[in-house]
Design a protein around this ligand. Structure first.
Ligand code: GUN
Ligand code: FE
Length: 424
């Protein structure tokens, strides 16, 4: 069914500071595109079937701009280390297992099932260095009905032996065949160039990846300025670069004509912030991971005030959960700590702010995504909050905020639409 109407209580962002709520209204979806939310069904659409979610809450699908599918198996474990030790001890050893397709099949099917049943409708995903298991993950993501970018990861230095590509040349060749194999293979799942981070990639490799980006016009994702030891290490590894951001930019991997996501961005200097703005790079803010790995408290309000493009990332398994409800809450909480402990001139994020980042903010990476305004792709999550009884009558704004904070008590979402298709 491509054309239909959804009835219920809607909540979506007007802008970064304001929510629109519409009680007992009708959203019209025609050819996967939202035509708007109406108090009464417009005459032109009277013949369309109505899916009745009266009394339920309907929000745009949530966008996870950064997560690691192969780390899903150890989420919620081994959280007592900082980034570099945590990578060596946990992430790299687990990711090495994905050379084994049987293991990848077992682990990725658990991941794909879980993200399908979450409130996430769009995701940008890191896989591992292995082409075959990355393509298996893409098959599963396509079957899930979500829209995603999936990256075969590049690493040709500073890794454990079982998770290190032999040379820049082999890494680039594998990446080229990964892109060529997957670029037109799926409707909703697309490849993305994924240098893990500067310490994992030689200059020669970054240069080749910049060339592949130009040749195939695919987007780019990586990590930037997450942890102070990491930043110091990048300085030592790249003495000629003006900054960590410049170490990507000099190889055309920093939004130079390509849609680019940089995860974390906790400790940026002013030049890096300017470069992000100039090159229209998306920042994936990952509050849970920044706290778990003690990376720091990101100055999100400061980045918002500079009008950067920002979305939220669960960063599983640095973050403990793929729940974007939880990521919204952790975004607000960490911004409160920033205001109290770091710089009181940057006010904490409101619920409106964080809801925007999780929907329209990150959604922009995928096009017109993250809203029920006319012209947006129809991604929706239906929430039944009747399982959370309340002694008073609450308004829609209160009910949505409460459902986000109490999402663990909701147990599950009621239904989910992605690009106009009901997938649960
Ligand atoms: N930097 C490079 N790789 C990773 C990773 O897997 N997780 C996080 N949080 N940061 C990284
Ligand atoms: Fe990450």
């Amino acid at each position: 069914m491509k054309n239909f109407i959804v009835k219920g209580n809607f909540c979506y962002s007007k802008n970064i500071d304001e929510l629109i709520t519409k009680e007992n209204c009708y959203a019209v979806c025609v050819d996967s595109i939202c035509q708007g939310v109406f108090e009464h069904i417009p005459k032109d659409f009277e013949a369309l079937p109505v899916l009745d979610y009266t009394d339920k809450l309907i929000i745009p699908g949530l966008v996870d701009l950064h997560l690691h599918a192969p780390q899903f198996a150890f989420r919620g474990m081994n959280m007592d280390m900082e980034l570099l030790q945590w990578l060596d001890t946990n992430a790299f050893c687990e990711e090495a297992k994905y050379s084994d397709l049987d293991y990848a099949k077992k682990a990725y099917s658990i991941f794909a099932d879980c993200i399908k049943n979450s409130a996430t409708t769009r995701a940008c995903i890191f896989a591992t260095i292995h082409n075959k298991s990355t393509e298996l993950l893409m098959d599963m993501m396509e079957n899930s009905g979500l829209v995603s970018f999936v990256g075969k990861v590049n690493m040709d230095r500073n890794s454990i032996k079982s998770l290190c590509e032999e040379s820049a040349q082999i890494s680039a060749l594998d990446t080229e065949s990964f892109i060529a194999d997957t670029l037109d293979k799926y409707e909703n799942t697309k490849p993305i160039i994924t240098p893990r981070f500067v310490p994992s990639c030689s200059d020669e490799l970054l240069k080749k990846l910049g060339e592949l980006q130009k040749k195939y016009a695919v987007p780019v994702q990586s990590h930037l300025s997450e942890n102070l030891d990491e930043i110091q290490w990048v300085k030592e590894l790249c003495p000629d670069s003006k900054s960590y951001a410049d170490a990507y930019d000099r190889f055309s991997l920093f939004g130079n004509g390509a849609k680019t996501i940089m995860a974390h961005c906790v400790h940026l200097n002013d030049d890096e912030i300017e470069l992000i703005k100039k090159n229209e790079v998306f920042v994936a803010h990952c509050p849970a991971s920044n706290i778990n790995l003690r990376s720091g408290i990101s100055p999100v309000r400061k980045l918002m005030d500079k009008d950067l493009k920002i979305g939220l990332g669960s960063d599983v398994a640095g973050g403990e959960t793929i729940s974007m409800f939880s990521t919204i809450v952790q975004t607000i909480k960490s911004s409160k700590l920033y205001q109290r402990l770091v710089n009181s001139s940057f006010s904490a994020l409101t619920f409106e702010n964080a809801f925007y980042l999780a929907t329209k903010g990150g959604g922009e990476f995928f096009g017109k995504v993250g809203s029920f305004e006319k012209g947006y792709e129809f991604d929706a999550v239906i929430i039944d909050d009747s399982v959370l009884p309340h002694p008073q009558e609450l308004n829609i704004r209160q009910r949505v905020e409460r459902s986000v904070y109490l999402s663990a008590d909701l147990l599950s979402i009621n239904a989910k639409f992605v690009k106009g298709k009901k997938i649960i």
